[in-house]
Design a protein around this ligand. Structure first.
Ligand code: AMP
Length: 193
């Protein structure tokens, strides 16, 4: 299995690049943000609980997202690999993911971390908010709360995987296709290794 984490702050281009990468490499896309928004659209109990956190720019509790990922892994047991987008967002989630994957004799192959500076992120998210229909993209104070959550709880996930030599940093500014080429080069270097 080839399992990739596309890592980076909100607005770093994970969603855009994920779409291109899953097509090129035949991976299953697992975005916890998308899964949570589906739960909200379906007005499930989980969705209603998650919404109160998401509206404030806070992370949803670990147990909720880990449970969702567990179900998604089970539902795709024949996959040749997964692309995790927006997950894991805490060290506890990363540890849980490692345990789930090792139960399948698999692990994380590479963590590609997109680097974009903070003010560019705010600008991109406000711009995305004009068309994304996402309420968490329209309010600058919610955007800044998401970036604070990222710094406090999610940035340590990169250090966690760096401890296993799995993190590669890629510049997340410039043309979409240029960034895609940089990501592809890193994946191919690992796949052939
Ligand atoms: P995203 O679409 O990845 O930007 O996620 C939107 C929101 O969903 C985040 O601001 C969090 O409130 C929530 N969320 C998504 N993924 C996770 C996760 N792995 N852990 C906790 N909360 C998450």
């Amino acid at each position: 299995m080839f399992n990739l984490i596309l890592f980076g702050p909100p607005g770093s281009g994970k969603g855009t690049q994920s779409e291109k990468l899953i097509e090129k490499y035949g991976l299953i896309h697992l975005s916890t943000g998308n899964l949570l928004r589906e739960e909200i659209a379906n007005q499930t109990k989980l969705g209603l609980e998650a919404k109160s956190f998401m509206d404030k720019g806070q992370l949803v509790p670990d147990a909720v997202v880990i449970g969702m990922i567990n179900s998604a892994l089970e539902a795709n047991s024949q996959a040749k690999g997964f692309l995790f987008d927006g997950f894991p967002r805490t060290v506890a989630q990363a540890e849980a993911l490692d345990t789930l994957l090792s139960g399948k004799g698999a692990g994380i192959s590479i963590v590609l971390a997109l680097e974009v500076d903070q003010e560019e992120l705010v600008k991109r998210l406000l711009n995305r908010g004009k068309s994304s229909g996402r309420s968490d993209d329209t309010d600058e104070s919610v955007i800044r709360a998401r970036l604070v959550e990222y710094e406090n709880k999610t940035a340590p996930v990169a250090s966690y995987y760096a401890g296993f030599g799995k993190v590669v940093y890629v510049k997340g500014v410039g043309g979409i296709d240029d960034i895609f080429q940089s990501l592809s080069r890193q994946i191919e270097a690992r796949q052939l290794a």
